[in-house]
Design a protein around this ligand. Structure first.
Ligand SMILES: [Zn+2]
Length: 112
C-alpha cells in the first residue's frame, strides 16, 4: 500500500529536475535553423567523419562507426561572430576531439 505514494513522489522529483533550465552556455545561435544548416553542411562535407589529423593520420571516428560528430567553429563565435555561418570556418569533429579543442581554447583564452 505504501509503495504507490513513494513512487508518486519519485516521479514528481524527476519532473522537477527535467524542468530545470538548460545550462546557460547554450548560445541562442546554436538553436537557429541557419546554424543547423551550417552544421549539416560541415558534417556532410567531411563525409560524416572526424576531420582531426594527428601525425598525418586522420581520426577514424565517424557516424558510420557509431560516433556522434560535431560541427566545430575553427574561429569561435565569441572571437568573430561574423564567421558564425562561414562554411570555411567549420570543421567536423568527433566528441573526443571536440572536447580537447574546447579545453585548449579555454586554456588559451585564460592565458590571453
Ligand atoms: Zn576525432
Amino acid at each position: 500500500m505504501s509503495r504507490i505514494p513513494t513512487l508518486g513522489s519519485r516521479i514528481a522529483t524527476l519532473d522537477t529536475r527535467k524542468a530545470k533550465p538548460l545550462p546557460k552556455k547554450a548560445d541562442p545561435h546554436y538553436q537557429t535553423a541557419e546554424h543547423e544548416a551550417w552544421a549539416e553542411f560541415v558534417k556532410k562535407r567531411a563525409g560524416y567523419r572526424c576531420e582531426h589529423v594527428d601525425d598525418g593520420k586522420r581520426c577514424w571516428r565517424s557516424v558510420e562507426k557509431g560516433y556522434r560528430l560535431f560541427a566545430d567553429h575553427i574561429v569561435e563565435i565569441k572571437d568573430d561572430p561574423s564567421r558564425a555561418l562561414d562554411r570555411d570556418n567549420g570543421r567536423c569533429l568527433c566528441g573526443s576531439h571536440h572536447t580537447i579543442k574546447t579545453l585548449e581554447e579555454r586554456k588559451n583564452r585564460m592565458s590571453r
